[in-house]
Design a protein around this ligand. Sequence first.
Ligand code: EAX
Length: 332
Amino acid sequence: MTTIFARRTLALTMGGFTAALALFGANAQAAQTINLGHTLSDSSHYSVGADAFKETLERLSDGEFTLVEHPSGALGGERAMIEGLQIGTVDVVITSTGPLGNFVPESYVLDLPFLFKDYEQARCVLDGNIGQQLLDKMGKHNLVGLAWSENGFRHMTNSKHAIKTPADAKGLKVRTMENKVHMEAFKQMGVHPTPMAFPEVFTALQQGTVDGQENPITVIVATKFWEVQDHLSLTGHVYSPAVVLGSPVLLDGLNEEQRGWFFEAAAASAAATREEVSRLEREGVELLRGKGMTVETDINKAPFQEAVKPAYKIYTDQYGSEMLDLIRDSGC
Ligand code: EAX
């Protein structure tokens, strides 16, 4: 009995000592864990961006911050994660602008179909004054706009038949983002838009709840949509920006230098993501063909552009044309 008692006492004392050491060690380093969320897989362009964010933040802060990536919608869909930023349950999010207009209406302008003609023009606008203005405006809506990143030009996929003209898309049930500008544009095309958070999309396609969806090559590749979709049409109907957002709950509590690290990490993240988007634009279509998708590359965009035109009037009636004019006059 005595021996067992003595051993237990020794074990307890040792345990307490180890715990005290661990606590001391943690205090000495004061490492703060930063949780970064996004909806795509850990092989996606967002994940490449998350890696760059992590590497940059941990290097600049010399280990004061450590970053943990939560991919694949582990922290919820994009709308839920943006809400999380506002209340401080998540620290950094890489998201498309899909649901962002619900929080920052000024960003809706970027979601207008056929607004940008190519990557060069979109990047030029987002990297200039207009992009900066929009990032700054996020502060008014209880978010911190850290950097413009990228998702890519969106294309239509479906399980029914090849789409070459808006008439081919008519009557299809297509999942859209929770974005009223997008929904309006698809309605004008005769499509039945079904808004849905991204983490539900694969299953909805698999179960036939919807016939199709639309996303950039990057997302189609990262989500293996070829497993549930046969047809891809390179409609390029809208540029899909992504943005790296921070939580004001976190960032308002940091000093100037620390905040600077987050902005620098976000810039590195966006640059790495854009590079991956460009790579997938070069290689992704071939990869998808190899997976068995039929790809319509020769799409006449004019009738699509014509079909979605009323979405512009609906946007300007509600939000005015100031942002749109600024973009058109930006020289990009
Ligand atoms: O941001 O919801 C979507 O279709 C987005 O493109 C996706 O979540 C990546």
